[in-house]
Design a protein around this ligand. Structure first.
Ligand SMILES: [Zn+2]
Ligand SMILES: [Zn+2]
Length: 273
């Protein structure tokens, strides 16, 4: 899979694309997405170990030291467990909400903290970043839209449902990374204790395949060119079910949007715009 990423990375000839995106990993076990232009390199969430993050960056020809910023969605372990090693190696600035910053154990490390308020817009190098609140059981969770030279990238994972405000923020995206966490029937009969099942199904839990299907049918902006379904549960979902459910919804919608499922734990191809 890492080979596929390298091949795709080198496929562009004649000049740089505006932006390159690689999902280093996405699942309930660890999330990290790399986005870059010619001048700015950002990691969105750092939920892989430091060693694995560095290896996966190197697999696409990126050096960990050249990261400019780490952008955090929220403080859950599957989004921050590699944060300190990544910051120590890269000296990157970390962008997170004011309320999220004190929830992280910084130890003796003195981070270059760039705190923002959920809903605020700010700039990281070439990228205009728009943050928006999402419904999830963390202190102050957010999703992001990153815009550079007219290319708009949306990311929304870890949300219990799709509020109108999130639908609104995701309008106009060319490339959308959206959670499709669980299959409701698999979750109900799966191995989790009932309290955890209730949490996942709640309004502050995670999006099911069915909710994504509903969103595709009545909320997906026709201008979205590519959609990647992410943050799959390894116990309560299967990539083939996600693919089938979303493909059916896209067909019913008459959408020409290309769709990919991020296999849990597997590094994605590199998308270029
Ligand atoms: Zn979470
Ligand atoms: Zn998560």
């Amino acid at each position: 899979m890492q080979h596929a990423a390298i091949e795709s990375y080198h496929k562009v000839s004649g000049g740089w694309p505006i932006v390159r995106i690689c999902i280093l990993a996405s699942s309930s076990a660890g999330n990290a997405t790399f986005v870059r232009t010619n001048h700015t390199r950002i990691l969105i969430d750092a939920g892989l170990s430091g060693r694995e993050t560095f290896a996966r960056l190197e697999a696409i020809g990126e050096s960990p030291e050249s990261l400019d910023a780490v952008l955090l969605t929220h403080e859950h372990g599957d989004h921050i467990c590699g944060l300190l090693p990544v910051l120590r190696k890269s000296k990157a600035a970390v962008y997170l909400t004011r309320l999220t910053a004190p929830t992280i154990e910084w130890g003796k490390y003195e981070p270059n903290l760039q705190c923002f308020q959920a809903g605020q817009q700010f700039r990281i190098g070439d990228f205009q970043v728009e943050s928006f609140s999402i419904p999830h059981d963390a202190i102050d969770p957010v999703g992001f839209c990153l815009t550079v030279d007219g290319v708009r990238i949306g990311l929304a994972t870890d949300l219990g449902y799709m509020p109108d405000s999130v639908r609104m923020h995701l309008r106009g995206t060319d490339f959308l990374m959206l959670e499709s966490n669980h299959d409701l029937d698999m979750l109900k009969v799966g191995p989790y204790p009932w309290s955890v099942k209730q949490r996942v199904m709640s309004r502050h839990g995670h999006l099911s395949n069915g909710m994504v299907s509903d969103f595709i049918l009545d909320g997906l902006d026709p201008c979205v060119r590519s959609m990647v379904l992410t943050h799959l549960s390894e116990h309560n979902n299967h990539p083939a079910i996600v693919d089938m459910t979303a493909a059916q919804a896209l067909k019913r919608r008459g959408s020409g949007c290309s769709m990919t499922v991020a296999e849990p734990g597997v590094q994605s191809q590199v998308w270029e715009f």
